[in-house]
Ligand binder design. Sequence first.
Ligand code: ADP
Length: 397
Amino acid sequence: MIFDKFKVFIPIILANLFLFYFLDTKEIILFFFFEILLILSFIYFIKKSEKSSIKKQTDKKENKDLTLSIYESFIDKLDNPIFIIGKDFKIISQNLKSQEIYEDQSSNDISTIIRDYDFIQNLDEYKKNNEFNRFTWSKNLPDRKIFNTEILNFSEFLIIIITDITNQKLIEEKQTIYLDDLTHELKTPLSTIIGYLETIDFNNYTIEENKNFLKIINSKTFEIKNLIDQILKLSETNIANKEILKINIQEILKSTIASYDNLFKKSGISFQIDIESANNKVTSFTSMELEVVINNLLSNALKYTPKGKTVSLKTKITSENDLSIIIQDQGIGIPQKDLSRLTERFFRVDQSRNNQTGGHGLGLTIANHILSKNGCVLEISSELGKGSIFKFNLKLS
Ligand code: ADP
């Protein structure tokens, strides 16, 4: 190396030798002296420049280490698993969350740690053309999970951030199912309305027949209105931050059930009420919503109980601070396998009973939403062909 730098002196030395031929001894010594001085200063400058280049390199390395350690301390505070990897895709560092999930994997290739097919495929794609830096992948075992991966490209290394988006995806899927169900619920009565509107014809049908068509159109229009009302109620219970009021339980029950006396009588169902234990009992509940719960439960009891049977509404003190409200019917009952699904949006036990009653499977969803918002749990028990019991506890104030 050093010899290379001295090569430059060879022609000068040769020129000196040529000059010596014309100079005397004194002049040669003086000349040598200057030349040695020149060489020493040259060596000095070479050494100095080498030192400064080594220093630059170590500074650069130190800077890189410093940047890395800043990132390391930052990513440790984040809740997602994060890897810092070299351009060769080997792990340089991991945050705490990633060590918790994948253990310490220093120096291993990232694709040997996350071995899911989707992830490796996407990573290979990235290695090939560096084109996209965000991809979604899923893993099916032991349970299905969906992840989002983001690759941040820095000059010395890459940062891989993995985010679990399973819940978000589930919500999106549920939203899509909800919209599909809603569209279906609206389309069914609408197609009936359209069908009968096209059928109405005063030339070919009698006035009586046409009147009958109009009756059907009328009832289907009400069905749609009823559905829209229920949807609005559901979103209201979800979104609106209703005021919590101290309410007199017995008064609320009395005013809500007043209109049902007549409806049960008309349907030939005996309606028994025992709400004595609720006398002067007060609870905190979201404004006007206990009425909605009782309404939905009683209207179901009315819909699903045949003539000649009994429906009852009772209150019972279950502890010093608890009062239960129990609505029991001797109706058609609900199969055990469906009990846990009753509070799902648009869930109905079977289509045939729905055709007769015209329900949309939202009443219990709304009731359950309101109750859980108020810290209550709706308990449902039922026996097919014998009847059902709907029960919840109110905390007394
Ligand atoms: P719907 O408007 O269809 O009645 P709900 O959410 O109130 O919707 O009820 C969901 C389903 O649960 C109903 O379709 C019905 O099959 C069943 N169900 C609810 N209450 C009763 C009951 N008291 N007796 C029998 N089945 C019931």
